[in-house]
Ligand binder design. Structure first.
Ligand code: CO
Length: 440
């Protein structure tokens, strides 16, 4: 597949993943659609059931709808191969609807939001926003169930303040008060209409579930604008949530392709929710999810506790998360000798304080896979006078005690609602991930 077709596939994936719950649902749909007659179908494993695994079988586990681990047990024993893993995250920073969100004043219905992670808030103004997520309700049997919900139309907006009331905006930047100035305008409303029931009726219409049965929700604010190519030669692309659905997509494609060739090693992809808020949850990288799944793979394939530890000692994790692309308008924001240039290949991220998991051996191993794949690579180090971000890499590597490297494709405008990146870089990342899965 050409790089442009791969990226078009990525943009379709993102446009169908307006929340982390939808992203996992979409991954499951991709797995179901990909099954060809030659290959075992992808099988969903229930954490409450006993697992029976076959070498070369294709399996996945979902925890709480928004984290997913996919794996293919290898033909050889784990003791000899270890786990070959790629980790990424399903969540993106943004706005989430509060439990009692709807308020009404001056004839307008507004929805209160909480901030999730560290979005660039100013980018949420003047966009065609909408809602997607999941709702929890009482079903016909009287038990609590979940379902996904998505509004397709531009349901809400955060209009900017006119420059005539904000004369300093171009000098001072757009500052939004997080409590007062973020509620989103969703409708006109009459005095007789109560805002709570009015909003519930919108949810009822969209979900088909009676409003009185709906108990709670997790609703993400998303941008309805679809992904697009841009540039004189369409060499760039833009969409929301590229951090980090682009890495999930690359790893998913690499796993599908590598596993269809058959593998001696056990291949794993782990896509976690909650990276943007520190990973500390039952389904985050700092929770038990990945190690629970790895242990169960080991024990279900007949190896004991000591052999599981031996397998971990042979394992490797690529932590894939987008990297900061050099922006020529802001040269002073970057370490001048470590610029990551768009369309010049995967970025190996290095940080002495271990905000990234990379160390010289794992960096060298990744560089070697790049060379084998005929893919260029770049080295990134953050400016010393700016605090460096982090990823799931150091967390998962520390929890499991395994070697890891932090890498990513260069990305402009990280945590904007509209990020952009290079078409070639996505193709490069898929290639090197495939080489990693097929190596040793
Ligand atoms: Co990220």
């Amino acid at each position: 597949m050409t790089d442009h077709l791969q990226v078009q596939h990525l943009l379709n994936f993102i446009d169908n993943s307006p929340s982390p719950w939808h992203a996992v649902n979409r991954i499951e749909a991709e797995l179901a659609a990909s099954s060809d007659a030659q290959m075992p179908v992808w099988q969903l494993l229930d954490e409450t059931a006993k697992w029976i695994l076959q070498p070369g079988g294709r399996y996945y586990v979902v925890r709480d709808d928004s984290s997913i681990v996919l794996f293919v047990p290898g033909q050889k024993s784990l003791v000899d191969t270890g786990f070959k893993m790629i980790g990424a995250h399903t969540d993106s920073p943004g706005l989430r609807i509060k439990p009692k969100a709807a308020t009404c004043a001056d004839g307008l219905l507004r929805l209160g939001v909480e901030i999730y992670g560290g979005p660039i808030l100013a980018t949420f103004t003047d966009r065609d926003l909408s809602l997607a997520g999941r709702i929890s309700y009482k079903n016909d049997q009287g038990s609590v169930a979940n379902t996904l919900i998505r509004f397709d139309n531009a349901l809400m907006r955060l209009p900017n303040l006119a420059i005539h009331m904000n004369r300093g905006v171009n000098e001072d930047g757009l500052k939004l008060h997080k409590q007062i100035e973020l509620p989103l305008i969703a409708s006109t409303i009459t005095e007789e209409q109560l805002p709570g029931p009015y909003f519930s009726s919108l949810i009822e219409q969209q979900s088909g579930i009676d409003a009185e049965r709906i108990l709670f929700w997790d609703l993400n604010v998303y941008d309805t604008q679809k992904g697009a190519f841009w540039g004189a030669n369409n060499e760039f692309y833009a969409d929301s949530q590229l951090d980090n659905l682009a890495s999930c997509h690359a790893a998913l494609v690499a796993l599908q392709e590598a596993s269809s060739l058959g593998s001696d090693s056990t291949l794993v992809c782990a896509f976690f929710d909650h990276e943007e808020i520190g990973s500390g949850s039952n389904r985050g990288a700092d929770g038990s999810f990945l190690s629970d799944v790895l242990q169960r793979i080991a024990f279900a394939t007949g190896i004991d506790r000591e052999d599981y530890q031996r397998a971990l000692a042979r394992s490797f994790l690529i932590s894939a998360d987008m990297a900061h692309a050099y922006h020529p308008n802001f040269p002073n924001a970057y370490e001048p000798d470590h610029k990551a240039i768009v369309n010049q290949g995967p970025v190996i991220k290095v940080n002495a304080s271990h905000r990234y998991s990379s160390e010289s051996i794992s960096e060298a191993m990744f560089a070697d896979w790049c060379e084998q794949a005929n893919v260029p690579y770049q080295k990134y180090s953050h400016r010393c006078d700016l605090p460096c971000g982090s990823t799931i890499g150091p967390i998962a590597s520390a929890k499991l005690g395994i070697r890891a490297v932090d890498v990513g494709s260069p990305l402009w405008a990280m945590h904007s609602i509209r990020e952009s990146a290079g078409v070639k870089d996505h193709g490069y990342m898929i290639k090197v991930m495939k080489t990693f899965f097929s190596s040793f």
